[in-house]
Design a protein around this ligand. Structure first.
Ligand code: MOS
Length: 735
């Protein structure tokens, strides 16, 4: 089905099931520990052996020699695979060849061998016996020192490195009020609960992988290319995923080495990356250095916006697109953005929840706070004043929906913003300095083609199959809600099967496109099934109403199940969007509010309450969406206050490579969080009229927290995370 925009009235609009706060249908499995995650699938294939990955001990250089003798002779060992005997590995779309390094080493903990043994303990013990001599080369690990050598990268995912509009230099130079400030964001780790894990099993030249992966079809393609086998020979199964955040968009070393290990051992092999290997072996959100220049009239209208960002990646990598939102968020007739990329020999930088916007807004939304103060304007009012309803760089292009100002104003009202004193450091609660901060949230909405298959059986059960994944987001539930709405059956009559490459190819989970795109694919398949049902029952398809398990048309009502009385009815279809992305600027908007207390004595920062107001089209399941946003706000609080991969600039690795050293927030860190969704539908996105929220929820959060810390203390921290050591010397005297 080709999506004709704008969407007309359709069965989803009835909102009998869609749009209702609905418990996750996978909830009982998750909470009872019975949802099978990749590493736990002991029953899918017999005789599973264990693989243990050996990571490089250097960041850059060559393996001079490897002695595998002791490892191979160790008890229980079945095989050891290195680049020397893995055969030629192809390069997938996401440079999968480097998932097994050697003799050249590209980054610390790059996999250089996998040891396969009868038991996990034997594999691990034998892996420790692999002796490697390295020729270490000098690497480049320091982003700040690499800024001068950073280059303009080629466009990535259609995003140009540089944009210019109007005359930024002249406008900035002549602006009566201006800001020129530098901000830094550190490297971040996805730190998802479930490690990267895979079980690989060969049947001749056909490979099955039970794994933990966000994008099934991408990963099938990449695995096939890497191994040099047809993609029809690769089956990937990933029904439950314990968090991904972008770290599981691609196959990683666990999947490739399980496949290579299984081939070598002649047995199925399972591998989970141990936590201390994950940080440096897999991907991370790259650090940024950002320069923001703002110019405004004395009455607060922005006249010039400049945003430059520097980030690093391995050779051939891409930049963190931290200027992306700045091209679209605020009006100003003169603008420039630029991204520069340094070659760093740290582990691979790649997508992490709201790649680009998340770190970009961490900087931009502090800058906006600083500018409001310079202008003597309230930070909410300043943002509202500089709203735009068109793409500021392409004024003929309107936002399909843009209610940022309502998010800000409603949020201010609900959060009690008017009680906030303009002056920083002026509010006390005993020993606590109290402050409130705000930030705008912005993230683009993407629609990706997505297919599904729907089956109706004689009992009236509807089964949906699509290779869509549920990374903890609620895909199972919103897909079931969609099918139930379309076919007029209760939720309990719908069974959803996900994450298997034998199912129709979906949008997958990434870039917050999953909810709208995957349900739109299910809509398309259900629309087709409705035609078949009507035809089978001899009803006029155009007039048929599907409701309460019945199909009615022309005064006639028949049980839906009857259509499948002499055999299942099956329909498969894909929703496609053609040039929709060229027609509209589709984005999601929000406002984050945060109140913090800062201990005047110690500088300890406590988040007291947070509120998000989001405008993201139709909310398919307010309960699941709220959970998404709360999770994202929590992650944003982590980015504000805790998260930082510490770079060892001598040897080139992330030092705090476990959950003891890489701190993330827990529930107790944030006592009160609330989420409000504006009541809206966006008929330009799909028949679902929905958008994504999973990434919107993190966008701007860290700046709202940082702005609250500034408001509490009067100390402006521009280098994340905002930790007490950056405050303590500057806190106001207690007297
Ligand atoms: Mo997302 S960072 O595209 O999973």
């Amino acid at each position: 089905m080709k999506f004709d925009t704008p969407a007309t009235d359709n069965p989803i609009d009835r909102l009998k099931v869609v749009g209702k706060p609905t418990n996750r249908i996978d909830g009982p499995l998750k909470t009872s520990g019975t949802a099978p995650y990749a590493y736990e699938r002991h029953d899918v294939v017999p005789n599973q052996a264990y693989g243990y990955v050996v990571g490089s001990a250097i960041a850059k250089g060559r393996i001079a020699s490897m002695d595998l003798g002791a490892a191979k002779a160790a008890p229980g060992v079945l095989a050891v695979v290195t680049a020397a005997d893995a055969g030629k590995l192809g390069k997938g779309n996401f440079n999968t060849a480097h998932l097994l390094g050697g003799p050249d080493i590209e980054h610390y903990h790059q996999a250089i061998a996998v040891v396969v043994a009868e038991s996990f303990e034997q594999a691990r013990a034998a892996a420790a016996l692999v002796r490697v001599q390295y020729d270490r080369a000098k690497g480049n690990f320091d982003l700040a020192k690499s800024m001068d050598g950073a280059v303009k990268p080629p466009p990535a995912f259609g995003t140009e490195a540089d944009t210019r509009f109007g005359d930024f230099d002249a406008a900035f130079a002549s602006a009566p009020v201006k800001l020129d400030a530098r901000y830094t964001t550190p490297d971040h780790s996805h730190a998802m609960m479930e490690p990267h894990a895979s079980i690989a099993s060969w049947d001749g030249d056909r490979l099955t992988l039970w794994t933990s992966n966000q994008m099934i079809a991408w990963s099938v393609g990449d695995m096939a290319k890497t191994l040099g086998i047809p993609k029809e020979n690769v089956r990937l199964v990933s029904p439950y995923i314990g968090g991904g955040f972008g770290g599981k968009l691609f196959i990683r070393s666990d999947a490739l080495l399980a496949a290579l290990g299984a081939k070598a051992a002649g047995r199925p092999v399972k591998i989970a990356l141990p936590r201390p290997l994950m940080t440096n072996n897999t991907t991370h959100r790259p650090a940024t250095i950002q320069r923001i220049r703002l110019g405004a009239t004395t009455d607060g209208k922005l006249t010039a916006i400049g945003h430059e960002s520097w980030s690093g990646d391995l050779k051939g990598g891409s930049p963190e697109t931290a200027v992306a939102q700045t091209r679209l968020l605020y009006a100003a007739p003169n603008r420039m953005t630029a991204m520069r990329l340094a070659t760093l020999d740290l582990p691979e930088g790649n997508a992490m929840r709201a790649p680009g916007e998340a770190p970009g807004l961490m900087a931009l939304e502090i800058a906006i706070d600083e500018m409001a103060e310079k202008l003597g304007l309230d930070p909410v009012a300043f943002r509202v004043l500089n709203d735009t309803q068109v793409d500021p760089e392409k004024p003929e292009r309107r936002f399909s929906q843009r209610r940022l100002n309502e998010c800000l104003e409603l949020g201010a009202e609900k959060f009690g913003w008017k009680s906030r004193k303009a002056e920083p450091g002026a509010t006390r609660d005993g020993r606590w300095l109290v402050g409130m901060g705000v930030a705008a949230a912005f993230r683009n909405n993407l629609n990706e083609k997505s297919a599904a298959r729907v089956r109706l059986d004689r009992n009236g059960t509807v089964t949906v199959e699509t290779d869509m994944t549920d990374i903890g987001t609620g895909s199972y539930t919103i897909i079931a809600q969609t099918a139930a709405e379309m076919l007029g059956v209760p939720l309990e009559r719908v069974e959803v099967r996900l994450g298997d490459s034998t199912f129709p190819v979906s949008a997958g989970s990434g870039g917050q496109w999953g909810a709208n795109s995957s349900t739109a694919g299910v809509y398309a398949a259900c629309a087709k099934l409705r035609m078949e049902v009507a035809e089978k029952l001899g009803l006029d398809p155009a007039a048929a109403v599907f409701e309460n398990g019945k199909v009615r048309a022309g005064g006639k009502g028949v049980a839906l199940a009857k259509a499948a009385a002499d055999g299942d009815l099956v329909a498969e279809d894909m929703m496609e969007y053609g040039d929709l992305a060229q027609k509209y600027q589709q984005s999601t908007f929000g406002a984050h509010f945060c109140e913090v207390g800062v201990d005047a004595m110690t500088g300890e920062i406590r988040v007291r309450r947070m509120l998000a107001v989001c405008a993201a089209g139709r909310i398919l399941n307010p309960k699941a969406a709220r959970s998404q946003v709360i999770g994202a706000m929590t992650m944003g609080a982590g980015a504000a206050l805790m998260e930082e991969l510490a770079v060892d600039k001598r040897f080139g690795f992330f030092v705090n490579h476990d959950l003891a050293g890489y701190e993330v927030p827990v529930h107790a860190d944030i006592p009160h969080q609330e989420v409000i969704f504006l009541d809206e539908v966006d008929p330009t996105t799909s028949p679902m009229k929905a958008k994504g929220v999973g990434e919107l929820g993190i966008c701007g959060v860290a700046a709202a927290v940082a702005n609250a810390v500034y408001h509490a203390t009067g100390v402006r921290v521009r280098n994340y995370p905002v930790t007490l050591d950056k405050l303590i010397d500057k806190l106001p005297d207690l007297a």
